[in-house]
Design a protein around this ligand. Sequence first.
Ligand SMILES: Cc1cc2nc3c(=O)[nH]c(=O)nc-3n(C[C@H](O)[C@H](O)[C@H](O)COP(=O)(O)O)c2cc1C
Length: 301
Amino acid sequence: MSTIDTRELRNAFGSFMTGVTVVTAVSDSGEKVGFTANSFTSVSVDPALLLVCPSNKLSSFEVFNQCKHFAINILAEDQQDISNTFASAKGDRFADIEWHADENGCPIIAGSVAHFSCSTFNTIPAGDHILLVGEIQDFAANDKPGLGYSRGGYFSLGMEHKAEELTHLIGKVGAIIEHNNQLLLKKTEQGYTVPQVSTSKDQGSKNTIQQYLKEKGLSCKVSSVYSVYENPEAQAFSSYYRAVADNDVVTEGCEYVSINELKNIQFCSADVQSMLLRYVHEKHNGVFRLYVGDEKSGDIH
Ligand SMILES: Cc1cc2nc3c(=O)[nH]c(=O)nc-3n(C[C@H](O)[C@H](O)[C@H](O)COP(=O)(O)O)c2cc1C
């Protein structure tokens, strides 16, 4: 029998992109319980069945293992806080959120994308989890964008799409290019910045930056949009992509700066500085998020 590295296995499971749900029930003594789950799966249409996998380590495990009814709430993109609350908060997880009870008394969370009120169809032990299969008695859904989860971090397709749309407008596009724990920066009289170029309506921003880096002799893999800045006065947008260089070749006027040194150098503008310091922080945490906003404020997703 092969020995399975459980950490590696968790990482491999985590590579599957999912939505995020909160599963709720009420104990025999009337206590409301709930936990965040991404193991939700639709199972059957006729009869209408779904399943979710509660861990036997949950403090509320016995309630879910014995419950006659439960509810699933599919979270919307702006409900990340609720996901965090139901993944870790101690005490009454329902205290600070808006909810109502369904016909069985199970909490339905306001603002979710969909909810399903279920009676328990079957519970199947499966290792350190159970398969809790529910028969849907009632449900509702709307067309809000859902909250996504992948590799230990949240994402929102609504925001990704918005960022893509904005990046097709006229403006500037830049790249945060990483190689061996260093970033490729351009030195200007005002301070450091990232390599960037003007973009136009006919060529998407990602194509523009890829083309530009190639022309400069840089061999890079450009990945996702990292920040989109709106400049209302100029009616323009600047977008910055993450990229990884295959080698340490530099282009004229640019140099590699160690990521540890970034907090000590002068940048040409406050938005480039805040973006790169956020980059350092998020690299440390292992989860990169998307910023959409102006120089002073915006949303991080
Ligand atoms: C995105 C996400 C998905 C999760 N999915 C599950 C799951 O499917 N099953 C599960 O038992 N725990 C899952 N968890 C962990 C539980 O939410 C967490 O262990 C639980 O809320 C702890 O509750 P307790 O303090 O009452 O034991 C998930 C956590 C997160 C952040």
